[in-house]
Design a protein around this ligand. Structure first.
Ligand code: F6P
Length: 341
């Protein structure tokens, strides 16, 4: 078989580990051939390829990013997109695809599978918001980067008697904020799933200032206040219709200063959470996903996404994986709330 591989959406530490594992096992155990498609769905759409063999994947296990490049190209928004993809797969003699991506990339994979493209999905996103898998790779790395940053913010906040706000990624789901906030002892964690009361946040800030420590607020980029009057979005949309976020951290700092009279500053971690080398956990998870993905392709088990359930790697229908986002449940937020203030 000749198998095409692509990585789509926001990049994430561990992508290269998946590619390496699928290619290594596919060649050594099954004698398959591989071809890389560049920049997500743009590759098969435009027929933009690169060689993918054992020598190409040597040394990439610890490297962040993706050797294949990525993009948020949505072929479903392009006239004749599906036909272009099918033609290009046929032209390159590609029998099956491994698509590594988040909800958008895998949503396209599902639609292509419905139109008879043989595809297996691998879940990736630092946001950990893909349904049907306990964890996505990249999440552990993002959380560890955020924890290291927040640990550092604690000491400088205390020296200057300031409130420090750390804005992390998480558009619709607050998993990074929740885990980083819990692990780094934040005084407040604000997530998109739970609109916050700015008055209550200021009370937590003031109570923390009564101790010898300083308040640290971890906020997901998609969090918003109860009032819902805040206008933060740039209005720009990507090909999948997502608004580019940013600004809740700065808004919080201004409100806290105004309402408490204390100095407040914001650190936006942004893409630092997505770049660089994956943690050992993410390398192992990504490797196991890659091995399972090539097994699924070899066995002709298409229309599936590989997933982590407990400690096992299983296969679930792409339809189930992309049906809805996995958001933070109330009970998990309640665990973090015990430590607020
Ligand atoms: O989906 C991953 C993610 O990092 C989100 O957390 C974030 O909102 C988005 O991508 C940012 O995307 P971009 O890098 O395209 O601005």
């Amino acid at each position: 078989m000749r198998i095409g591989v692509l990585t789509g959406g926001g990049d994430c530490p561990g992508l290269n580990a998946v590619i390496r594992a699928a290619v290594r096992k596919g060649i050594s155990d099954y004698g398959h051939e591989f071809i890389g498609f560049r920049d997500g769905w743009r590759g098969p759409l435009e027929g933009d390829t690169m060689p993918l063999d054992v020598s190409t994947v040597r040394g990439i296990l610890p490297r962040g990013g993706t050797i294949l490049g990525s993009s948020r190209t949505n072929p479903m928004k392009i006239d004749g997109g599906v036909e272009h993809i099918k033609d290009n797969l046929a032209n390159h003699g590609v029998d099956a695809l491994i698509a590594i991506g988040g909800e958008d990339t895998l949503g396209v994979a599902k639609q292509l599978f419905d139109r008879e493209v043989k595809v297996v999905g691998v879940p990736k996103t630092i946001d950990n918001d893909l349904n049907a898998t306990d964890y996505t790779f990249g999440f552990d790395t993002a959380v560890n980067i955020a924890v290291e940053a927040i640990d550092r913010l604690h000491t400088t906040a205390e020296s200057h008697h300031r409130a420090l706000i750390c804005e992390v990624m998480g558009r619709h789901a607050g998993w990074i904020a929740l885990h980083a906030g819990m692990a780094a002892g934040a005084n407040v964690v604000l997530i998109p799933e739970k609109p916050f009361d700015i008055e209550r946040v200021c009370e937590y800030v003031e109570s923390r200032f009564k101790t010898r420590y300083a308040p640290i607020i971890v906020v997901a980029e998609g969090a918003h206040p109860l009032e819902g009057q805040m206008s933060l979005q740039s209005g720009e949309l990507d090909a999948f219709g997502h608004v580019r976020l940013g600004g809740v951290g700065e808004w919080l700092a201004r409100e806290i200063e105004k309402r408490t009279g204390k100095e407040a500053r914001t650190t936006v971690l942004g893409h630092i959470q997505r770049g660089g080398t994956p943690t050992a956990f993410d390398r192992v998870l990504a490797t196991r996903f890659g091995l399972q993905a090539i097994d699924a392709v070899h066995q002709g088990d298409f229309g599936k996404m590989v997933a982590l359930r407990g400690t096992d790697i299983v296969r679930v229908p792409l339809a189930e994986a992309t049906a809805e986002l996995k958001t933070v449940p109330e009970s998990r937020y309640a665990e973090a709330e015990v430590f607020f203030g």
